[in-house]
Design a protein around this ligand. Sequence first.
Ligand code: SF4
Length: 899
Amino acid sequence: MNAPLPHPPAVRTTCPYCGVGCGLIAQPDGRGGAAIAGDPTHPANEGRTCSKGSALGETLALDTRLLHPMLRQADGTLARTDWNDALDRVAGGFKDIIDRHGLGAVAFYLSGQLLTEDYYVANKLMKGFLGSANVDTNSRLCMASSVAGHRRAFGADTVPGTYTDLDEADLIVLVGSNAAWCHPVLFQRMVRNKTERGAKIVVIDPRRTATGADADLFLPVAPGMDTALFSGLLVHLTENGALDRSYIGSHTSGFDEALARAKAIAPDIDAAARATGIDATQVRAFFELFRTTDRVVTCYSQGVNQSAQGTDKVNAIINCHLATGRIGKPGCGPFSLTGQPNAMGGREVGGLANMLAAHMGFSPDEVDRVRRFWNAPRMAEREGLKAVQMFEAIARGEIKALWVMATNPAVSLPRAAAVREALGKLELFVVSENVLSNDTVNAGAHVLLPAAAWGEKDGTVTNSERRISRQRAFLPLPGESKPDWQIVSEVAVKLGYADAFAYSSAADVFREHAALSGFENAGTRDFDIGGLASISDADYDTLSPVQWPLPAGTAPAERRFFADGGFFTADRKGRFIAPEPPALREATSSEFPLRLNTGRIRDQWHTMTRTGMSPRLATHLPEPFVEVHPDDARRAALADGSFARVATAHGACIVKVVVTEDQQPGSLFLPIHWSGDTASCARADDLVASCTDPYSGQPEAKATPVSIAPVTFAMRGFVRTHRPIALPNATWWTRVTTADGHEYRIATDHGPMMWHDFAYGMLSDDAKLAEHLDQRTYRAAAIVDGEVDGMICVGPTGEPLSMHDLAALDIHDDGGGSLAQISAISVVETEPVVCACFSVGEACVRDAVASGTATTVAEIGQATRAGTNCGSCLPELKRMISQERAKPGAKQRAKEPVS
Ligand code: SF4
């Protein structure tokens, strides 16, 4: 017997999803897979992971990967080419278009998924050598308003606090943040503070999310009215003696103007209550809690940022912290929770069109400093186009060459259908990607460049608390894929800039990036990791997570900013900002009477190109849906579980209806994850308006006026296959990953006979079909080599679906031999799964609670295992306990704690 091959060594790396930046340990299995666990030594997570992080091992397969450079042919198909040819096409194309049309005709669109080293090299090429600042990133859609708010208030894009503040705060205010789902490990840290130290949690959100389950106070703010609430708070703090006059006087400017504006917006509690739609008693409770608690952290996220007034909202929050001096001290401060794994690293290298590298801007001195450091021949001297404006310029034909790296703008930008159309106008459309098919590639990319994916990449990322961690490769580069920094450098070499892009490793790039941050920086710029500019290759390889400002190893007090002023403005004072009165840009109308809020769900990430590969993650919320308040559902004649068409003037989605009181009347919620690859008609950003914040350029993704109307289908059912398939036109579908292939959940008006024909066309290659056809239903199983290779089951809407009559069949070939015994076919699983780690369904949890077997989350864990691994489902478990207790007959348990 052969001895088993030894496993390659375990590798410490960092999660590729959210901005918490959890450390992970990957144990490769030697066959292209790996077991993933939390890294107990990483300060961001101390060994914990969420459902997404713990399922990373299910996302490493190469089936969907782009493995070779490809070129679009004249007939529209893609054909393999070699790297030299592909890079010639990119370099030659950009040069030719600049020569013919000028610098304004080219652009890069980057991603918070890129590593810092990738981001740095792409920015250097465009801003220093091609000479344009038309480099923007999908971080524009995520946290640009926080960047703009920081720069206005602090003079730099500085996050003042650290994660330890979340352990030490006595009050944590979460604004526009469903942290329980979007930053789960950090949220569990906040809940631990509440459980162990008695910290209070206040959640401010138009929608009662899973985060609200742990809130001591939930404030259902009207869409877009956060500025009114925090203006009212500033007035309340002023009038009740809670200001830190010494801090205001010594370290800030602009207080009087900001207060005067706050008084104009919300002069008292009643005015704040009227403007925000929150009950005055709750507003008072929040104001008094904030006023009387010294250690307050205010966390905010996309609910604040994704707004046409996002920057003002950020500054209205920061104003309250500056006014009380609650910044840069233990347990205090405004805290932007960053969405993406390396949005912060992108900010550090100037990934945004309005920033230069190392947190510098476009002042003449800063442009000159970066020019000299890079020895740049053609330095961009003014800001470039931000994301929405960049794609509008593409639509107008002004930008003719675009290079997209590691992102999917054809799904994620506002008015995404118009973006897809605009992409078709490009003369040169280059995409660096991991996957062979997504909506952006399919929008007509001319050149596809195979980029390294997570697990193969090597470099650094920066998380929400300024901590730089290594992402390390633990798998070999598959096919001909290369790291993004290397691809960009090779294009630069072909453009004639070999000396400036002579990097031989990610460590080379990092050293230069670190050196630039320290270049002519005598404490005047916040971002300075110059102490790492001489790091050796060996030390870079083993670099432990390090938080800036350096030096590493200093106490938390020395790693916070602004406790004693020292802002990065010209006079070193922090700025109060007088925000504009809050108002939503686009008005509702009789045609579009509701407000659409978009966002994330717990177990998916962005457009699902990675998380969509995990069968486990697919079980939580497998179908695209819209949440509707019962009153709106009644008015629109929508039933829970039915279908609805959500529409604006420029797009529509058809999705399942979830009727819930968690939604405010007048507001809908639609998740952002589904694309043309995973559903027939569910791209949320097709609907989102393209109006943007005047300072940050971030689009308003939380309050688009929309309509909703019922959609009916005569039939429903499912198709299961091992391979992706094309379904008949006019069929609603969504594709869910299963352990051995795909399940398409379908709704249709096509009758049984059409599905019979479809089965013969789609499933019968090399297969024998066992089938049942009648006037109302069609069921078929395709058998290949004695195994079930595919299935179809369709029947009238509203009736149970069943394959049981086929399951009883023993299928024979023409000679009477047995082909297969279809005994293992199960009825389609429709019960929502709450705990993805152990596949525990909602009904199982509710049964345990209703029967009295479990009255706390700990007891649910003992009875079902739900919630005993990553903890991502704990907020939902708590909510279910509360809901079950609220039912008649369950009152005797109502006062027991749920935790
Ligand atoms: S909280 Fe989850 S998604 Fe975010 S970094 Fe940690 S493991 Fe990854």
